[in-house]
Design a protein around this ligand. Structure first.
Ligand code: ATP
Length: 155
């Protein structure tokens, strides 16, 4: 893993500018301060964020909210959409490779069912965590937790 200190605010600003113009979707970025740093492999972290944004775009039609927060231990990236949501009984399955909720509703959006398993693997490599909270018909919130540099955090 090629970990270095990254400013999440500028990474997200640049990334969302590209995604917004390509997909014609609104992504609102929320943060408390201009510099929220994270120790991570930039390419992999970007990939994980893109997977979450891509899902939010596919499974909702409204604005997407992204929150960047940090405390002494963690940096947290939250991607929130107001779309179709995920049934409670499916949450445990969505990290499985090739798993897609309700083939009928997913078919029109395309996708392989690999996105979230890749994102989970990237978080594991960073000794982080990925958490999904969702309510069917209301929306979905996916959080990426990344530990701050402390001891042997990265492999
Ligand atoms: P891809 O591999 O192209 O991302 P995918 O979106 O089907 O395809 P995952 O990202 O692994 O695969 O997601 C697995 C399943 O979880 C999806 O098929 C979808 O049913 C559900 N899901 C994921 N994100 C959301 C979301 N934001 N809102 C609603 N359902 C979601």
């Amino acid at each position: 893993l090629e970990a270095k200190s990254i400013n999440l605010v500028s990474l997200c600003e640049n990334l969302f500018k590209q995604i917004k113009s390509a997909y014609k979707r609104e992504i609102n970025l929320h943060y408390q301060k201009q510099a929220i740093s994270v120790l991570a492999d930039e390419v992999k972290l970007k990939q994980a964020i893109i997977i979450l944004i891509d899902n939010a775009i596919k499974y909702s039609t409204d604005t997407i909210d992204v929150y960047l927060t940090e405390n002494e231990q963690l940096t947290i990236i939250t991607v929130k959409d107001y779309g179709i949501g995920i049934p409670a009984c499916e949450i445990e399955n969505i990290f499985e490779r090739f798993y897609r909720v309700d083939k009928a509703r997913s078919r029109e959006t395309g996708g392989t069912g690999l996105g979230l398993s890749i994102a989970k693997n990237i978080m594991k490599q960073h000794h982080g965590e990925i958490i999904v909270k969702s309510t069917e018909g209301v929306g979905t919130e996916v959080e990426l937790f990344l530990p701050k540099q402390k001891g042997k955090v990265f492999e």
